[in-house]
Design a protein around this ligand. Sequence first.
Ligand code: PEP
Length: 252
Amino acid sequence: MTRKPVIAGNWKMYKLIDESVDTALNLKPLVANATHCDVIIAPVFTALKSVADRIEGSNILVAGQDCSTQNTFGAHTGEITASMLLDAGCSHVIIGHSERRQFYGETNESVNHKAKAAIGAGLTAIVCVGEHLAERESGDAENVVSEQLSGGLEGLTANDMERIIIAYEPVWAIGTGKTATPEQAQEMHSCIRRFVSKDHGSEVAAKVRILYGGSVKPENISELMLQADIDGALVGGASLDAESFAKIVNYR
Ligand code: PEP
C-alpha cells in the first residue's frame, strides 16, 4: 500500500497576519516542486483567510488548529465551526493537539465530536494522539494512545476514515528538542496501525496516514521517513521559518 506522505506545519499561536502571509509566500516557491507529499500549513485563525487567498492555486493546503464540536450556527461565543474553516479556505483541521488536551480541557470525547464535525463539513481532520513522559516510563504509552484512538475515532465509518490523518506526538518530544528515535516512533506507529485495524478493519488501517510529531527538524526528517509506518510529519517550531520547513518538505 503506497500512502502519500503529508508534511504539515503547526504555527501554533505565532505570527500576525502579515507575518503569516509573508511566511506562506516565501514557502510557496520553495515547495512548488514537492509533488511527493501533501504540504499543509496551520496559521492562527485570524490569518487563515489572508493566507489561503494569497496561496490559492499553489500546492500548499491550509489547516485550522482546532474547531468547535458544534457544526451549526449558534450561541457559542468564541467558537469556530469546521464549515467556517472551510469558508476561510481550509481543507484540513488539527484536532486534539496535546497543548489543547493539556491546557484547554480537550478530551477523547470532544476530539470525537470535533472529528465528526470536521468530516461533516468536508474537511480532513489531523487527529493528534500521544503519551506523556510518565506514561511512557510506567509502560502505559500504548494503552494511552489506544484509548485516545478508540475514543477519538469512535463511530467513524470507513468512508469517514478517508478524511482522517493521525498524528502521533509523544508529549515529551513536543517543543523539547527531544525527538523520539526513528525506532521508538516506528514501534508506536505500527501499534497505531494495529489499533486502527482492530476498530476499523485492515483496509482502513493500511490506508490511513500516520504522521510523527515532536521536534522534527531538517536534520532528522529523512531518517524518520525511512520507517515503514511513518507517513509524514506534524512540525511545530521548525515550520515557522519557510526555509527550514521547506527543507523538511523536500526531505528526499
Ligand atoms: C507540534 O506542535 O505539533 C510539534 C510537534 O511541535 P515541535 O515540532 O516544535 O516539537
